[in-house]
Design a protein around this ligand. Structure first.
Ligand SMILES: Nc1ncnc2c1ncn2[C@@H]1O[C@H](COP(=O)(O)OP(=O)(O)OP(=O)(O)O)[C@@H](O)[C@H]1O
Ligand SMILES: CC(=O)C(=O)O
Ligand SMILES: [K+]
Ligand SMILES: [Mg+2]
Length: 671
């Protein structure tokens, strides 16, 4: 008799499949290490062969180790659940941020902040206490920028944020930002910055300089640099913070004279301009092929295609390489599983470094991957299928007593954010946003690629388009730049933050202010207070813009959900209800409500921690994790009593409830 046994978690759902359960009475599992995340095990025992929750009995739980082992009986074990520690004790209750809870109690529904806040984590904020201070200060998403720091450092930050969520009940999501293919400087040999003075001659080169780095030398990450620039070109660091003129080329070295002095920061972005236009052609588009690259590609192919590429030759020569590409081509033309193709093809879209980082992000189970310098929708589509393929790809783990154990990690809940920061991304804006799960107005690099005076209108356009297409949008870079050094912002910075809030962007992002600034908590407090103040002013003055929200649903069921949400939001405004409640498994209904930007906050109840974290990026959503059923009556009663017990709502409050399960709008007073 063959029976299938599945382990699953509601969030990242790693699960095992055990083929051919043995007829012997007990089988002991070997210890299996989960990648990077602690999991607890619950073995559910049932006497019937179908999973019957009512008659199930919990045999064992919470071992607290990184890894699991178990004892299975062929006759009676039908399901083994593995779940993250944060989910083990809270099934009966409701999970919400301590900060949100306090805010709701103190200020009431109306005054909760709707605009979400993202902090880039860097040396100034990577400690556990510093991260906690940011979470208490309202950080909804922690961003790690793969341009800076080592992978070990990023892993440590992720681990600390996870621990913070687990121990203190936050739902801070993690966004990994890739390096992207653009040209940037090296890391200045560890120096925090170096000053370039007017008239000085500096050497920019692909050569790796020894330590200590010779004076006035800068390493450049792009091999074709010396070939691509011409004498007379203007070289802009960080979109013009420092400027140089190319005066001479000597082999790989490019000699430049500083024309606009300023501070050079590690890994600053470089662009070169000729006759007043940005030079965009680059000779070397593909990463240099090395054995390391091939190993990575083989690994990717193995994960996505289930191809049997177990034995990697330790030293890969050209023959192997040619054979490999030949196999890839054959595989791609023969395979019917289109999801497995991208791994071979994506190398054309991303530099190697991004590949390694994307793999790292998937393995770490980050919530968002932000892709730098997106040029077309293809890149996003391929990455999304790659993530989906990886999450479906089975990882064969071990054989014991003739039985095969497979391990599967469900990772397609990673949302892909397209960073709009190049001329190409503006050209293909609508299709890029359509293909992504959200977008970022990355004004830093965007301002280096288009004239600065065009950045505000580009921002407005991107924010509007995202809302129309129902994708969350982030406004990023230099919001409070002066706060890197000073404890108060400039008036102009406050006006800039206000404008982003007024445009009703989903989220605002701190970069250097929180990564390496002197006042990260103060900068976050400014974002928080300006957001709350502008949102209030906007509601009181009834300054609702009459934005046309086109239909986004692609199926009839989607269209019904959309109509329900549009109507519920309108009713909520007209009836001046206290809150909208949405019960959503995937988060889709919550995002449709958020898109309407209603006057009242939206309490989004969802069953999984990963969806809860992801909803933390969207305007006006207060995400809760709550176990619920298809019976709305009992869901509402349960929610009311749980929220009342915690003092978050009171009898008489007026709410409107909608849900994924029941296509209706319910209006009621809290009993
Ligand atoms: N992990 C880190 N380690 C060290 N410094 C960091 C780190 N993350 C950010 N920084 C510092 O903060 C500054 C601003 O961060 P930010 O993420 O905006 O980077 P950036 O270099 O401007 O690139 P991007 O265009 O990707 O935003 C960086 O220039 C760097 O000096
Ligand atoms: C955030 C980012 O990448 C930029 O502003 O360029
Ligand atoms: K980046
Ligand atoms: Mg950028």
């Amino acid at each position: 008799m063959s029976r299938s046994l599945q382990f699953f978690t509601p969030s990242r759902a790693p699960y095992f499949t055990l083929h051919k359960l043995p007829s012997t009475s007990y089988t002991r599992f070997p210890v299996i290490n989960f990648p990077s995340k602690k999991h607890y095990i619950t073995i559910t025992k049932s006497l019937s062969s179908d999973l019957d929750a009512a008659s199930s009995q919990v045999l064992d739980s919470g071992n607290g180790q990184t890894g699991v082992s178990g004892v299975l009986s062929a006759d009676n074990v039908v399901a083994v659940q593995s779940h993250a520690p944060s989910e083990s004790g809270a099934a009966a209750g409701i999970e919400v941020d301590a900060v949100t809870e306090a805010e709701l109690k103190e200020n009431g529904f109306r005054s909760t902040r709707r605009t979400k806040l993202i902090c880039t984590i860097g040396p100034a904020t990577c400690g556990f206490e510093q991260l906690e201070a940011l979470a208490v200060g309202g950080m909804n998403v922690a961003r790690i920028n793969m341009c800076h720091g080592t992978r070990e450092w990023h892993q440590m930050v992720i681990e600390r944020v996870r621990r913070l969520n687990e121990e203190k009940g936050f739902a801070v999501a993690i966004m990994m930002d890739t390096e992207g293919s653009e040209i940037h400087m090296g890391d200045l040999g560890g120096a925090a910055s170096v000053k370039a003075e007017d008239g000085e001659i500096w050497t920019f080169s692909v050569r790796a300089f020894g330590t200590p780095r010779p004076e006035r030398t800068i390493n450049v990450n792009y091999d074709g640099f010396a070939e691509d620039v011409k004498v007379g070109d203007e070289l802009l660091v960080d979109g013009g913070m420092v400027r140089f003129e190319v005066i001479e080329k000597i082999g790989p070295d490019v000699k430049c004279r500083c024309t606009d002095p300023g501070l050079l920061l590690p890994r600053a972005n470089l662009t070169f301009w000729r006759d007043g236009s940005l030079v965009r052609e680059r000779n070397a588009m593909l990463p240099t092929i090395s054995s390391k690259v091939v190993l990575v590609i083989l690994k990717l192919l193995w994960f996505s295609s289930e191809a049997c590429l177990y034995c990697l030759p330790p030293c890969i020569c050209n023959i192997h390489l040619i054979t490999f590409f030949f196999c890839c081509a054959a595989y791609m033309s023969l395979s019917t599983n289109k999801d497995s193709i991208p791994s071979c093809m994506i190398i054309c879209f991303f530099p190697l470094q991004d590949w390694l980082d994307i793999d790292f992000g998937i393995a770490e189970g980050v919530d968002f991957i932000a892709i730098s310098f997106v040029k077309s929708a293809e890149v996003i589509k391929h990455l999304k299928s790659y993530i989906a393929a990886r999450s479906r790809g089975r990882c064969y783990l071990c054989t014991f007593k003739g039985y095969k154990l497979e391990f599967e990690t469900e990772t397609n809940d990673i949302a892909v954010i397209a960073k709009i920061e190049s001329i190409d991304s503006l050209k293909n804006l609508e299709e890029i946003i359509q293909a992504s799960d959200g977008a970022m107005v990355a004004r830093g690099d965007l301002g280096a690629q288009i004239p600065l005076e065009q950045v505000p209108s580009a921002q407005q356009k991107i924010v509007q388009l995202c809302r129309q297409l129902n994708k969350p949008v982030i406004v990023a870079s230099q919001l409070l730049e002066s706060m890197i050094e000073y404890p108060t912002p400039t008036r102009a910075e406050v006006a800039d933050v206000s404008e982003a809030v007024r445009q009703r962007a989903d989220a605002l992002m701190l970069s250097g202010e929180s990564a390496m600034g002197q006042y990260p908590d103060k900068a976050l407090a400014v974002l928080r207070s300006v957001s709350v103040r502008i949102e209030k002013w906007w509601r009181e003055e009834k300054r609702h813009e009459a934005m046309v929200l086109p239909d986004v649903g692609t199926s009839f069921a989607d269209s019904i959900s959309e109509e329900i949400c549009n109507s519920a939001a309108k009713m909520a405004n007209n009836l001046e209800v206290d809150a909208l409640f949405v019960y959503t498994k995937t988060g889709h209904m919550a995002s449709l409500l958020s898109r309407c930007r209603p006057d009242c906050p939206i309490f989004a109840f969802t069953t999984t921690t990963s969806v809860r974290r992801r909803l933390n990026l969207q305007w006006g959503l207060i995400p809760f994790r709550l176990g619920f059923s298809d019976d709305m009556e009992s869901n509402l009663n349960k929610t009311f009593s749980l929220l009342k017990a915690r003092g978050m709502i009171k009898s008489g409050d007026l709410v409107i409830a909608v849900s994924d399960m029941l296509q209706s709008i319910q209006v009621m007073n809290v009993p």
